[in-house]
Design a protein. Structure first.
Length: 186
């Protein structure tokens, strides 16, 4: 039985391709989630994850999200996912509103800062707003020191929804960004 629930959605814009994540990607996910520099930007300063923790994490994530591997010229460089969320946010986002969350990480440092993340976010946005009932996308809890991530989302039309200031040198601040679909509230 497969650990990661997969799907059949594949997207490309000619620069990046998003293909379904599968169990065959676990060795990449183990490597990326054991890299302290990768984790610094995605999870904060945490201990590297064990393969068992990665298995559990992606098994759980894939049950509630569409998980993708980001490819550049058939080379896997990162992963992203989109999932429906209940809006814990503004009362303006009533229960009939379809809110989704995007998460993205580029696991290969040689591909950082080259706009591949922006392309992947753009593909997820187009899919969400053109092919689903999604009205709002969120990028939650981006660390204040991760300017590349924030820039990639803002390049795709995301705006600041809320900020949480740093509590100390050890506890960084975060920002949550959002994007509403055409003719949607906000």
């Amino acid at each position: 039985m497969a650990l990661i629930r997969t799907h059949t959605k594949t997207f490309t814009d000619g620069v990046v391709t998003l293909r379904p994540m599968t169990d065959d990607d676990l060795p990449l996910l183990y490597r990326w989630n054991a890299d302290p520099e990768f984790l610094h930007f995605s999870e904060g300063d945490v201990d590297p994850y064990t393969p068992e923790e990665v298995d559990s994490l992606y098994q759980s994530l894939s049950r509630s999200a569409d998980c993708f591997i980001i490819l550049v010229e058939d080379t896997p460089i990162g992963e992203c996912r989109m999932q429906t969320i209940r809006s814990p946010f503004s009362p303006l986002l009533q229960s009939s509103t379809d809110c989704r969350r995007i998460n993205i990480t580029i696991g290969e440092p040689t591909f950082w800062g080259k706009e591949y993340g922006s392309h992947a976010i753009g593909l997820l946005c187009r899919f969400a707003f053109e092919n689903t009932s999604c009205t709002h996308l969120f990028a939650e809890d981006i660390f204040d020191y991760n300017g590349r991530a924030r820039k990639a989302f803002e390049k795709n039309g995301f705006k600041v929804y809320s900020t949480v200031p740093a509590l100390s040198d050890e506890i960084p601040g975060t920002v949550t960004l959002f994007k509403g679909g055409v003719n949607k509230i906000f």
